[in-house]
Ligand binder design. Structure first.
Ligand code: FMN
Length: 187
């Protein structure tokens, strides 16, 4: 039985080698009061697991508490493959988040501190005011609102477009009792 997470890691590695601009990205979908919300996030390999980093002040952080699971989509054009993941989330330890945060460029670091007073996604009077706010010095360590979550897939729908016979290959993998069950789906 194929392990869809191993397949995803292999596809992402091949996409990186092919300089696929989507190799390190995903679309994360959440719900806000029953309404869908989606955005691109960097999909990271954290301790050999899938992970995302985000700020606790952001709307998305409030949304991930509103459903048991989130959905993530990874589309790798260089591999002609799409993954649709249903995931539970688990907090990445603060020390791991902090270590990764320290590698960030200066502006994202300042932004994370700015979110303490101006939550991510809140309105500012102008771009000039935003630049002014970001010019203020900020501490060199991560604020407590710098967070990370492991994505723990419980179901994976893998669609592989390029097939010698022209028929897309689509499989659903479902985690049952700790093992992956695989089904072939009509694409
Ligand atoms: C290529 C790309 C990568 C991104 N990576 C992240 C990320 O890793 N973490 C993050 O919080 N936002 C990231 N963003 C910004 C999000 O898409 C989004 O605009 C922001 O997080 C606000 O989302 P929210 O209002 O749903 O909370 C990225 C955007 C792009 C285009």
């Amino acid at each position: 039985m194929a392990d869809p997470i191993a397949l995803l890691h292999a596809d992402r590695a091949a996409a990186r080698a092919a300089n696929d601009p989507n190799a390190n990205a995903c679309v994360l979908a959440t719900v806000e009061g029953g309404e869908p919300q989606a955005r691109v996030l960097v999909l990271r390999d954290v301790d050999a697991r899938l992970g995302v980093f985000l700020n606790g002040s952001s709307p998305k952080h409030g949304q991930i508490g509103q459903s048991e699971t989130v959905a993530a989509v990874v589309y790798l054009p260089s591999r002609a493959v799409q993954y649709r993941l249903t995931c539970r989330l688990e907090a990445i330890p603060a020390a791991t988040v902090r270590a990764s945060w320290e590698l960030r460029p200066p502006i994202p670091k300042r932004l994370d501190w700015l979110y303490e007073r101006h939550p991510q996604g809140s309105a500012v009077p102008s771009r000039a005011r935003l630049v002014e706010l970001l010019n203020a010095p900020s501490p060199g360590t991560a604020p407590a609102t710098a967070l990370g979550y492991y994505l723990l897939p419980t179901a994976v729908d893998r669609l592989h477009l390029e097939q010698p016979d022209g028929i897309h290959d689509r499989r659903r993998f479902t985690l049952v009792g700790g093992a992956w069950r695989e089904e072939v789906l009509v694409p």
